[in-house]
Design a protein around this ligand. Structure first.
Ligand code: SF4
Length: 694
């Protein structure tokens, strides 16, 4: 559709897809959006947007939207449309019944990184104050929970250290396990601008991503490692830096914990961590690793950007700590143009973690066992809080299967499609007595729900998102909620019915409460957001206008802490039966499980997930381009069309996960990160064979 008219008015809001957090102007004719254009003054995007953001309103008015609440007592029963009152009364009575029968800890909730900070805050408050337990988790569990753990351990704060804009001052850019061209396109353009000006690029990725070799950008090093060997790679890079005298000695002496540094230095200096010794593990020639390490340590301002190719591993947290070690070892933290930068997948992954949606942390990353902090929340919320961490999402599934977890409030996350080992998730869902799903579409998870509460898209609510550079931006209501309520209002009504009154009339009041209770946000308010446009936290008395660069004079934890990163091979092994490693990623025009982008103009560019396979592996199996292939793992099997390409290395295959019929997560394993339970999506041993398509 080509729009030829002029907008009658516009509303500035924030894109609800990826962690770049582009500011977008929704141009309106009456109450209809006719176009979305990037806001020129948006600090995260400077007037740019990608193909996802430009069509971001399409799904909001899609015919598949659920507009009426529905209930059913068994998942085999047909849905019955009911009023909001009846649906909420039923949900509340079921949760009360389950707790009376199975105990306080038998129910929990899931916070979505698609929803606003204010909505996430309310869900975790509902769980802690109204349910009376800490069984709350977020979909960040399956993406960047290792970032939260790893950066807190090493630097002291679970967040990226610099602004997107400061990449313009980087001299060497290291991209590990991320594909910004497809996953974070507007930031990728910024990065490419800097690369065209002469900055050096090191890519560490099993696949030859676009950045390695595109018309205007070439990586100086592409360390094409085997999936699952990130920790071996960062340790061997560190080995070169330590043994060749490339350490930032003064920075380390002044800024880092001495004892931890010496232990780490002695560890990485061991011959077992040398690029030569690790070559058999990573598959990368030692000379390339040595060259890349020298370039990073000696090339000036060094910035590291990483993604789910780092975190979604059995050693995801270890790899994050290894990356922080590299940055500290080379003095690349605490000024513009340097730093450690997790490229967050969803729009509000950073925010959902910030506002207390992990089972062990209250807002502001403060542990639930901290009595002083807990007392502060108890006084404000008027309840007694549990001092022990609650269940993580995978623990909820385990507890459901052993009969102790019976009820779930799931706001805006499709756990059946997005969590690993689908069969296991479904079995857990079927074992529960009441699942309340709040979503805009009848997603895969809703198939196992007992109550369906219509959700609201980002265009139908006020609130804030926090992007990957800690930037809090306003989400503004563009249209009235299609089903009558914004998500935050639904949570308020559910809490009221559970006997825990919530009295908010606007999300700004929720942000005021977050600010009152959370030191890093104490200076944030909607009034200030209107004035400044956006704010990077921490924002408080010490930094009233926010903090673009963190850890300037000292690390948030005081002294930076090096941590030993011992490489441990994943349990997922290739065998004669499963000789290939499957890894996964995203494509530019689609977003995550595709619930939104599959219902916009974006399907024009990408209408199916394909299996990328190297010509050698394809030939060995008699597989031709476009042919249907069966992919079998220890967990399950699925069918995709093949794309034969030299982007892949021999022995490794790849697919995206945007379409439910592809079943990418039917075949992924149950392995997870040792520290956070983040699933190991990136390493699955598979066999691939040609099949006749049904
Ligand atoms: Fe920006 Fe990401 Fe939205 Fe694209 S998807 S417009 S890069 S926020």
């Amino acid at each position: 559709v080509i729009w030829l008219g002029q907008a009658e008015h516009k509303v500035t809001t924030t894109c609800a897809y990826c962690g770049v957090g582009c500011s977008l102007d929704a141009e309106m004719k009456g109450s209809e959006v006719v176009r979305m254009v990037p806001t020129k003054s948006g600090k995260a995007n400077e007037g740019h947007a990608c193909v996802k953001g430009r069509f971001a309103w399409g799904y909001a008015t899609h015919k598949d939207r659920i507009l009426k609440p529905m209930i059913r007592s068994k998942i085999t029963d047909p849905w019955k449309e009911v009023s909001w009152d009846e649906a909420l009364d039923y949900a509340a009575s079921e949760f009360k019944r389950i707790q009376a029968k199975h105990g306080r800890d038998s129910i929990g909730g899931i916070v979505s990184s698609r929803c606003t900070n204010e909505e996430g805050y309310l869900v975790q408050k509902l769980v802690r104050a109204a349910f009376g337990n800490n069984n709350v988790d977020t979909c960040a569990r399956v993406c960047h929970s290792p970032t939260g753990y790893g950066l807190k351990q090493t630097l002291g704060e679970s967040a990226g250290t610099q602004t997107f804009a400061s990449v313009a001052k980087s001299d060497v850019i290291m991209v590990i396990g991320a594909n910004p061209t497809d996953g974070h396109p507007v930031f990728a353009s910024r990065m490419k601008r800097r690369l065209r000006q002469g900055a050096k690029l090191i890519v560490i990725d099993p696949r030859r991503i676009d950045l390695v070799k595109s018309p205007h950008v070439r990586a100086h090093y592409h360390l094409q490692l085997r999936p699952g060997t990130n920790v071996a790679m960062v340790s061997s890079l560190a080995h070169v830096i330590v043994t060749e005298g490339l350490l930032a000695e003064q920075f380390i002496a002044e800024r880092c914990d001495d004892r931890a540094f010496h232990q780490w230095r002695d560890f990485v200096a061991q011959e077992a961590n040398s690029p030569e010794a690790m070559e058999a593990v990573t598959g990368v020639p030692a000379e390339q690793v040595r060259g890349a390490a020298r370039m990073f340590a000696q090339g000036g301002n060094g910035a590291i950007f990483y993604g789910l190719g780092v975190t979604e591993h059995a050693q995801g947290s270890t790899a994050v700590m290894g990356i922080a070690n590299l940055a500290m070892a080379t003095g690349n933290v605490g000024r513009e143009g340097v730093g450690v930068n997790p490229l967050r997948g969803q729009n509000n992954v950073q925010g959902s973690c910030d506002i207390g949606s992990f089972p062990h942390e209250l807002p502001g990353y403060r542990h639930v066992s901290d009595t002083t902090v807990r007392m502060q929340f108890e006084a404000a919320w008027g309840v007694e809080l549990q001092a022990e961490p609650g269940l993580r999402i995978p623990n909820m599934f385990e507890a459901a299967l052993d009969g102790s977890f019976k009820g779930l409030y799931c706001q805006g996350e499709d756990i059946v499609q997005s969590d690993p080992n689908t069969q296991h998730v479904i079995a857990a869902m079927e074992a529960m007595e009441c699942i309340v799903v709040q979503d805009i579409f009848l997603n895969e998870t809703a198939k196992y729900a007992h109550v369906l509460l219509p959700g609201s898209s980002f265009l139908e609510k006020d609130g804030t998102f926090t992007n990957a550079e800690r930037r809090i931006s306003r989400v503004r209501k563009v249209m009235a909620p299609k089903a009558g309520y914004a998500d935050w209002e639904v949570t308020v009504q559910l809490a009221n019915r559970l006997g825990y009154p919530m009295n908010y009339t606007h999300p700004s009041q929720i942000m005021d409460e977050i600010a009152r209770l959370t030191p890093t946000f104490s200076g944030v308010s909607y009034a200030k957001l209107e004035k400044l446009g956006s704010i990077q936290w921490p924002c408080n008395d010490a930094a009233p206008e926010g903090t673009p660069t963190m850890h300037i004079d000292q690390f948030v934890r005081g002294k930076g802490r090096f941590i030993i990163t011992q490489y441990v091979p994943t349990d997922e092994k290739v065998t004669r039966m499963y000789p290939l490693i499957l890894t996964t990623g995203r494509i530019l025009s689609q977003y995550n499980v595709g619930a939104q982008t599959r219902r916009t103009e974006n399907v024009r560019w990408h209408a199916e997930d394909r299996l990328e396979i190297h010509p050698h592996d394809a030939q060995e199996r008699g597989i031709k381009d476009d042919q249907w292939v069966g992919i079998q793992s220890r967990a399950g099997e699925t069918v995709l069309r093949a794309l034969v390409t030299e982007r892949m290395q021999p022995g490794v295959v790849y697919t995206t996960f945007h379409f439910p019929e592809s079943g990418a997560n039917v075949i992924t394993t149950e392995n997870s990160d040792w520290a956070t339970n983040c699933p190991e999506y990136k390493v699955t041993a598979v066999q691939v064979m040609p099949v006749q398509q049904q």
